[in-house]
Design a protein around this ligand. Structure first.
Ligand code: SME
Length: 157
């Protein structure tokens, strides 16, 4: 089901082209992750948007927008570590129902995590939290996966 406001639907349609324009001409890794998080937070008003980067055997917090968050997540742990281990998008309509969910912030209610690959291996995950339960429709998740692909292609071109 979808709880999208019509405003968010309009914004989502423009997100891929806005991100492409934002990244154009900039090669700096941190700058591009930071501005991608900023764009998603600003346009979609998510509660938390950010990146966890694969470093050795764990994920380490990267650029983000929102409340302070856990800094390290193990392989296969929580929603992010599960996305990493399975190389798959995770959509969690109710985080309290997800076994092993890592609650960085008590207000998060639903979550989407999309893996980003370098040379065929997960190099980071993009994590998005909402304070609204069941807040991500399949159409919205498809746009977020497109955002992750645009970013991935730009970062590792
Ligand atoms: N909930 C995530 C942890 C990261 S925070 O949501 C920012 C998880 O279970 O992996």
């Amino acid at each position: 089901m979808s709880n999208l406001s019509s405003n968010r639907n309009i914004v989502l349609a423009s997100l891929p082209s806005q991100l492409t324009a934002l990244l154009a001409g900039e090669r700096d890794f941190i700058a591009n992750l930071s501005n991608t998080a900023g764009l998603l937070k600003q346009l979609c008003d998510y509660w938390w948007v950010g990146f966890y980067l694969v470093k050795d055997d764990e994920l380490v917090l990267g650029p983000f927008q929102g409340p302070v968050a856990c800094t390290r997540i193990g392989y296969g742990k929580g929603v992010c570590g599960t996305s990493w281990a399975g190389n798959k998008t995770m959509v969690v309509p109710d985080v309290h129902e997800f076994p092993g969910h890592i609650a960085c912030n008590a207000e998060s209610a639903s979550e989407v995590v999309v893996p980003i690959l370098k040379d065929g291996e997960v190099s980071m995950v993009m994590d998005i939290d909402s304070r609204v339960k069941d807040d991500f429709s399949s159409e919205e998740v498809a746009v977020l996966e497109e955002v992750a692909r645009i970013l991935q292609d730009h970062l590792y071109a």
